[in-house]
Design a protein around this ligand. Sequence first.
Ligand code: UD1
Length: 356
Amino acid sequence: MKLLHVVGARPNFPKLAPVHRAARAIGLEQVIVHTGQHYDEAMSSGFFRDLGIPEPDVNLEVGSGSHAEQTARIIERFEPVLIAHRPDWLVVYGDVNSTMATTIVAAKLGIRVAHVEAGLRSNDRSMPEEINRLVTDRLADLLLTPSSDAEAVLLGEGEPTSEIVFVGNVMIDTLFASLPKASETGYAKERGANGGHIVVTLHRPSNVDDADRLRAVCRELVCLSSDRQVFFPAHPRTQQRLQALGIDLGNVKLSDPIAYFEMLDLVRTAHAVVTDSGGLQEETTALGVPCFTLRPNTERPITVLEGTNQLVLDVSTLAALVAKAKRSAPPRRPAGWDGKAGERVAKALADRPRPC
Ligand code: UD1
């Protein structure tokens, strides 16, 4: 059996790693296609090296652009690659443009698609990722769900039970496997993090593209930084916006994006995390670190219901909420967040050979 994995953006890479490892262990043939949606060292190749993922077999080098441009470039450049390889399964991850674009190509060529992280919904179509999730799940042939709530969503949308398999959270496989390496980096210590520190990440258009919103968030971060260390490794688009608006971040320790192990070391030792990332909502739940999500909704409600995540609806309350945060020990982990999801994905694929 041959799998063709597609990844393109930073959050895809920690999801691919455990699936690739597990599929190799059971002898499946594998091809990795990187669309090139993310291309900076810190956003892409560093992850491949750290996580032990082989170099991509193909890089489509699509780069940045509007959603239409990026999606169109991926579709155009991916089609001949998929025709050349004709895999038994196209395996796609998460909710980025690369996920949706390559799913469309495979569906039209009659190649089966397996979606890792199916069934997540924010019910907010102003988010580009929500459109990607809806299109990908509608077209995919195998819906591999990360948490118990996702199956109900898919059934509610009319997906047949036969296409849905609960596998758990592959991102958490990588988290568990990486904790020793994260502490070996000594990164938190090197940066002088004192355990009372806050880690911030922001990149969603809804937070960073609206100048008033970004200024309001930064006011709260500056307020927090008056009596706590605030580390803010910023996505390139966020750095561009902060610079363009000339926002003064006071004592906030702004930096370029940091490597996966370093980030994990900073997060696992933190008092709290402030974010709009999907992955961090999950990672903080698995680690028992309080997480404050700067969004009105989440496609990962299980992190609120069973984990440490809290949605911050009114930005002006952020500093006060973070100040009151308490770590939960030991953390409560949702079912299937056990470090074995990659193996379940590989088995689900191997159990379903291409029909003759
Ligand atoms: C993408 C995903 C988002 C995911 C995020 C993680 C979509 C719709 N969005 O958003 O779901 O949470 O990745 O980071 O797929 N840039 C660089 N270097 C890079 C990559 C991007 O400088 O390596 C800059 C470019 O100016 C680019 C901008 O960041 O225009 C946005 O990149 P893009 O890939 O369009 O979306 P993300 O915001 O990264």
